[in-house]
Design a protein around this ligand. Structure first.
Ligand SMILES: [Zn+2]
Length: 423
């Protein structure tokens, strides 16, 4: 991805560094050749002769957001079948490109895929890196791995539909190894697995069910780590979380039913967790109008309450949370990603600055790129948002993409009201 050339100064706004530190009331950011040279109080700013000045108009200047659980190929999903057989891969590829563009317009300058149909996110990432298509800097996951008969194996055999586009179904450690080896060839960075079920499948794979054995999970980790890939998994059931942490997972998605032992295992290796809670709230709230059964809704309610409690405990104990949320369902459409942040402030009890640090610094760390972006610090890529409004007072300002004056990647204004004048 190309970076800007020359010097840009952003002034006249409060500065949020993304480190969790208090906002700097009158801040200045100096960007030189796409990287941050200075980010701090206006009175300490170096004297430069910029090619370009951006007036934040008394709003907020902050790091670009990182969606830590992004499904670029999900689109208006209302039933499990919508995830695999609704559209042909050609159309889903185009939808994914649209979703990536939308995410960037919403202030998400980076995203980690939480799984994708076929290998679309791998190639989408290449297109974005080569400036062929706009979108967040991506970490790709490609197809997911799940045990046969588990959460992601929903098409009955009589339909004679394989699941090879969405998920690699495995029986035993050998097949788990073989699946990871296919993903290595595909070029993914993260291996996404399904250690547990979910409230969405109450009959055979509910949120207290295991969908992979420890042996399968351990084989996934050993093979992935050997090839330099990281491993994460959909972890709701307590035992599934523990299995993941003991098997050596690098991240835990959801981390819903976390007891003391699971929390201890998580903290000991400082493994980040991406709770994705707004989806649960929206499922409870809007489920009935999408024909969701009462058992499913009750399961989401239980998931929401336990998930919120686990998230609070993780952060209060010094652990790391990423902000991302499975957006792309009919009741959580693409473009509403920042509702996750509002939910964590209003309903989980995190402060706006804590939430923003999770959504920027921790997100970049989860992507393995914490030294490149995620905070406004000298030397980092200038992935910067200039927002019309005070996001500390009202985090929900970030939900409204018309409030972005500038969404910058590497110092280039890619979206926001100033994008047309950017040249
Ligand atoms: Zn997901």
């Amino acid at each position: 991805m190309k970076t800007a050339t020359g010097t840009t100064v952003i002034r006249n706004g409060q500065l949020i560094l993304g480190t969790g530190a208090a906002a700097i009331p009158d801040g200045v950011v100096v960007v030189c050749d796409g990287r941050i040279d200075y980010a701090g109080p206006a009175q300490g700013a170096p004297a430069v002769a910029p090619e370009r000045t951006i007036d934040a108009r008394g709003g907020t200047v902050m790091p670009g957001l990182v969606e830590a659980h992004f499904h670029p190929t999900y689109f208006n999903v209302a039933a499990l079948e919508d995830l695999d057989i609704k559209y042909p891969v050609e159309y889903v590829t185009l939808l994914a490109a649209c979703n990536a563009k939308l995410a960037l317009e919403c202030g998400y300058t980076a995203a980690r895929s939480g799984g994708s149909l076929f290998n679309i996110d791998v190639w989408l990432k290449k297109a974005i890196e080569n400036d062929l298509a706009p979108g967040p800097r991506l970490a790709a996951s490609g197809r997911e791995i799940c045990g046969v008969g588990g959460l992601m194996d929903w098409n009955p055999d009589f339909r004679k539909i394989g699941m090879e586009g969405l998920v690699l179904l495995v029986n035993g450690a050998d097949e788990a190894r073989a699946a990871v080896r296919r993903l290595v060839k595909d070029g993914v960075e993260w291996v996404k697995t399904y250690p547990t079920g979910d409230a969405a499948a109450p009959d055979t794979n509910d949120h207290h069910t295991l969908c992979m054995t420890f042996d399968e999970m351990h084989a996934v980790v050993a093979t992935a780590h050997n090839h330099g890939l990281k491993v994460t998994g959909h972890c709701r059931a307590t035992q599934g979380i523990k299995n993941a942490l003991r098997a050596g997972y690098d991240c835990v998605e959801h981390g819903t039913f976390m007891d003391d032992e699971a929390l201890d295992l998580l903290l000991r290796r400082d493994v980040p967790c991406v709770p994705a809670l707004q989806f649960e709230w929206a499922s409870v709230e809007y489920g009935p109008q999408f024909g969701m059964g009462q058992r499913v809704i009750d399961g989401h309610k239980e998931t929401l309450e336990a998930g919120a409690e686990s998230a609070r405990r993780i952060l209060r104990a010094g652990g790391r949370l990423g902000m991302g949320g499975d957006y792309g369902f009919a009741w959580t459409p693409h473009g509403t990603y920042a509702k996750e942040l509002t939910f964590f402030v209003n309903s989980v009890g995190l402060s706006p600055l804590e939430t923003i640090a999770c959504a920027t610094k921790t997100g970049a760390e989860i992507m393995g790129r914490g030294d490149e972006f995620g905070t406004l610090e000298p030397g980092k890529l200038a992935d910067v948002l200039v927002v019309d409004g005070d996001v500390v007072k009202d985090i929900a300002v970030l939900e409204d993409r018309s409030r972005f004056l500038a969404v910058m990647q590497g110092g280039v204004v890619k979206a926001g009201r100033l994008a047309h004048q950017a040249g």
